[in-house]
Design a protein around this ligand. Structure first.
Ligand code: IDP
Ligand code: MG
Length: 143
């Protein structure tokens, strides 16, 4: 998910382009203004932490772009391409390492496991919004 700062800073195309070129397949995408109740469920694991209230304000402060990317080891591949939560510590070449400075404005969210991906996709998408198709370059991406 490109967070509100990423949308306002016109980084949506850059983020999509990186995942696309890596070989991941985009199977769902939408711009969405997350309602507070969905944001609270989305970030439920962080309730009670010192940054929770500001995190909910941040993620509901403007539209986000939600995406579902499919591919080999998609969760760990995307997490590696995102970089560390604190962009000041994120490696150059990662999205956070190239485009962000502060954890409260770190441009992108990515699921941290298959189980959380399923949960988050269910919160943000209807089943009919996930599109099954084959990329024309599929056989050039996977042996
Ligand atoms: P992740 O996004 O890399 O999975 P999490 O630990 O799940 O990181 O935290 C969720 C989000 O909460 C982060 O992406 C960041 O926006 C925010 N966050 C986490 N830790 C801090 C902090 O120490 N200060 C401010 N915001 C934070
Ligand atoms: Mg997380």
């Amino acid at each position: 998910m490109v967070k509100p700062d990423g949308v306002q800073r016109a980084l949506v195309g850059e983020v999509i382009s990186r995942f696309e070129k890596r070989g991941l397949k985009l199977i769902a995408v939408k711009i969405y203004r997350i309602p507070t109740d969905i944001a609270e469920r989305f970030y439920g694991e962080h309730k009670g932490k010192h940054f929770y209230d500001s995190l909910i304000r941040y993620i509901t402060s403007g539209p986000v772009v939600c995406m579902v990317w499919e591919g080999e080891e998609a969760v760990s591949v995307v997490r590696a391409m995102m970089g560390k939560t604190n962009p000041a510590e994120a490696a150059a070449g990662t999205i956070r390492g190239d485009f962000a400075l502060h954890p409260g404005r770190n441009v992108i969210h990515g699921s941290d496991s298959e189980a959380s991906a399923k949960r988050e996709i269910n919160l943000l998408f209807n089943d009919y919004e996930l599109i099954d198709y084959k990329r024309i370059d599929a056989e050039w991406l996977v042996e």
